[in-house]
Design a protein around this ligand. Structure first.
Ligand code: NCD
Length: 331
């Protein structure tokens, strides 16, 4: 796989500052709470468009390239649906390293420049941290949206997660949450912590095995933002009645050897017993999916479980809102 310079410096990514049009979306660090408000305001409108049988003309005539170097079904599917619901069209490329000129040895830079020439926007998923930032540096003419860069970030997932929490609790400050699973490698975790740091008085209990704690660097970077991070290794230390639980899978593909993955996978299972001991009646159970055994399927019909219901649907609406804003659609 291609290697990149880790040049991901947040100060060289443009902040949104109320203006989305033409901006690359690489990190949650580009957002302020006001930017989230602008985005969230559009979500009900997007829902209305999605529920109509006819596609809208919000981005009619625009072409968006989905360039996915890593497996994905729901993020890929939700971006593809979002563009089509807005009346745009997609060029969809999955696993280009196997099926395209990249397999012939084409550089990342050339690939990005080619698709920049064809399209009005590039949505990129890539296994290497910093790749979305690099793509944005290469593609000067069209916006690049990060759909997951290795163990770096997954900003659109965090936006839909934040919206889902907001929809339930009507605020994004003064919240207590539990995040469980892979803090070290989970890009959805990294983006969501950044997002929740934009608001005051949030406390996150990070439940993981020792091996899967946040890196020291991430822990200190995030803590400096004022969010309270409490690292725990045992469900006994979970807070009661948290506003949300955010479960994640252990990121198998980031491990160098399978043995160490096997040792730490599924250390914490979200099941009825845990819910009965620690959850409250307003605690929501979230997961970015896919799950691979860390949530008992018996929980799926619990009203508090949103991972297969509102969280998924919000993913489509929030991505529609973001694409409409970034591509300067007629809303
Ligand atoms: C997440 C990802 O790719 O980071 N999934 C997703 O986008 N729906 C979470 C994961 O793969 O564990």
């Amino acid at each position: 796989m291609l290697e990149f310079n880790p040049r991901m410096q947040t100060n060289s990514i443009q902040s949104i500052d109320g203006k989305f049009k033409g901006k690359d979306i690489i990190s949650l660090d580009q957002f302020t709470s006001k930017d989230l408000k602008i985005l969230f305001y559009l979500v009900p409108k997007m829902r209305a468009i999605a529920l109509k049988a006819l596609p809208s003309k919000v981005i009619a005539g625009k072409i968006v390239v989905l360039l996915f170097y890593e497996p994905s079904s729901r993020t890929f599917g939700s971006f593809s649906t979002a563009v089509k619901q807005l009346g745009g069209q997609t060029v969809e490329i999955q696993n280009p390293q196997e099926f395209s000129s990249i397999a012939k040895g084409e550089t990342f830079e050339d690939t990005i420049r080619v698709f920049e020439a064809y399209s009005d926007g590039i949505i990129l998923r890539h296994p290497t941290m910093g790749s979305a930032f690099n793509a944005a540096e290469i593609a000067k003419l069209v916006p690049v949206v990060n759909a997951g860069d290795g163990k770096g970030e997954h900003p659109t997932q965090a936006l839909l997660d934040l919206y889902t929490i907001f929809e339930k609790h009507r605020r994004l400050d003064n919240l207590t949450g539990v995040m469980a699973g892979d803090m070290l490698n989970g890009r959805t975790i990294h983006s969501l912590i950044r997002g929740l740091s934009l608001f005051k008085k949030n406390t996150l209990h990070l439940l993981s095995s020792k091996e899967l704690k946040l890196s020291k660097k991430d822990y200190s970077n995030f803590s400096k933002r004022g969010i309270k991070l409490v690292e725990i290794e045992n469900v006994k230390d979970m807070p009661k009645n948290a506003h949300f639980w955010y479960w994640t899978r252990t990121q198998k593909e980031r491990f160098k050897n399978l043995k160490s993955y096997e040792r730490v996978k599924n250390s914490f299972i979200l099941n009825k017993e845990l819910i009965d001991t620690c959850a409250g009646k307003n605690t929501i159970f979230m997961h970015p999916l896919p799950r691979v055994g860390e949530i008992d399927t018996k929980i799926d019909n619990d009203k508090r479980a949103v991972y297969l219901t509102t969280q998924i649907r919000n993913g489509l609406y929030v991505r529609m809102a973001l694409i409409a804003l970034v591509l300067g659609g007629k809303i």
